[in-house]
Each structure stands twice: as structure tokens, then as C-alpha cells.
Design a protein around this ligand. Sequence first.
Ligand code: SAH
Length: 213
Amino acid sequence: MLSLAQQRAAMVERQLQARGIVDEHVLAAMGEVPREVFVPERLREFAYEDGPLPIGEEQTISQPYIVALMIEAAGVAPGDRVLEVGAGSGYAAAVISRIASEVFAVERHPTLVESARKRLFDLGYQNVTLIAGDGSGGLPDQALFDAILVAACGFAVPDPLKQQLAIGGRLVLPVARAGQQSLLCLRRIGEAEWSEHDLGHVRFVPLIGGHGP
Ligand code: SAH
């Protein structure tokens, strides 16, 4: 039986590197953050399985590969200020916090916010601010961000999120189009100019809020 630390190392190798994740910061952060702390106690033994897991309130912690893919695509780097919408268990925010200098993470379920806050506090990850509420309009008071990641799926790219990106910054989010969810990466290349590319099909829970569906 492998220890959780050994399972984490195997996850990085078999689920991330084997699928093409190359960013050293992402690989190191995913190798460091104990995913088992972010899943319900009874599911701990499955913490390093290759899929999402339930976290309560009908929500899920994303598959490790998707977390890595999104952070790599967002180009999160040391020194960055990052916004995550849909903090859920707090796992992705924790991983981002091991790379970036400051993370703001918004979650609409207060109970999830409370448990995520406690986990981050217990781990001593002090550069994450968790905020309860609707994050579909971003966090205008804290903008601009070097990267914005959205872990829930709407029908369009919320305009406020595009506006809250620093020039050169990237926004990674799932968007439902033609009955499927596509993971998009937008890069702000000018005051009113964004490039966009599609990273492939994904499955996320719905984005619920004023700038969502
Ligand atoms: N990143 C999370 C995955 C959470 S699943 C993790 O690592 O565990 C997506 C989350 O988005 C859910 O918890 C859901 O409640 C939340 N969500 C959906 N719409 C939202 C909105 N408008 N603002 C903030 N959170 C939202």
C-alpha cells in the first residue's frame, strides 16, 4: 500500500506529466499540496484517483489533471495576483498559492468557504483570501489580475472578467457551446483586444450568478 505522499508523487507522474503537463511550477505545487485534506474524510483513500470527487453541496473537487491544465494554461507565475471563481474545496486555490504571490478565491456556498478557509489556515497557506459570494462578475475592487481561473461553466465569457485581466494576463474558463463544454483560454493582448484558444472538452458544474447563464 502506497503512502499518500507516494500516491501524490505517482499522480504527478502518471496523470500530469504523462499527459503533457510540463510547467515546473505546476508540477512542484501539485506534488506539494495534500489533496487528501480537500476531500471528505471518508473519501481520503481516493484522493489521488484520476477524477473529480464530491465535496458536498452537490459540488466537486476537479480532477487533478484539469486543475494542472488550467493553471498551466493560465500561465500562473511567481509574483502573480490571481483570481479563482468557484473555490469549492479550496484545492485549486491552494495549488495556485504555492506559485503565485496572492490568490483571491470566490465561492458562492458559505459552508464550502468555511471549510476551505479552515484547511488553508491549518496548512499555513496565508496568501489566499477566500470570499463568499457570486464571483461571476469578478472582484472589481481587487483588479487587475495576472490570471483568472473559473471552475464552473456558463454560456458565455463574463465581460467583467475580461476587463479585470491585466494586459498580457490570461483567463481560463469552461463555456457551454453547442451542447458541449469547451475549456477556453483568453489572453488580453490590448486595452480592448483578447485572443482566444480552445483547450478541449471538459465537464464542470454550472456557473450560477449574475454574469453566468
Ligand atoms: N476549484 C474547486 C472546484 C469547485 S467546483 C476545487 O478545487 O475544489 C466549482 C465551484 O463553483 C462550486 O463549488 C460552485 O459552488 C462554485 N460556483 C458556481 N457558480 C459560482 C459563482 N457565480 N461564484 C462563485 N462560485 C460559484
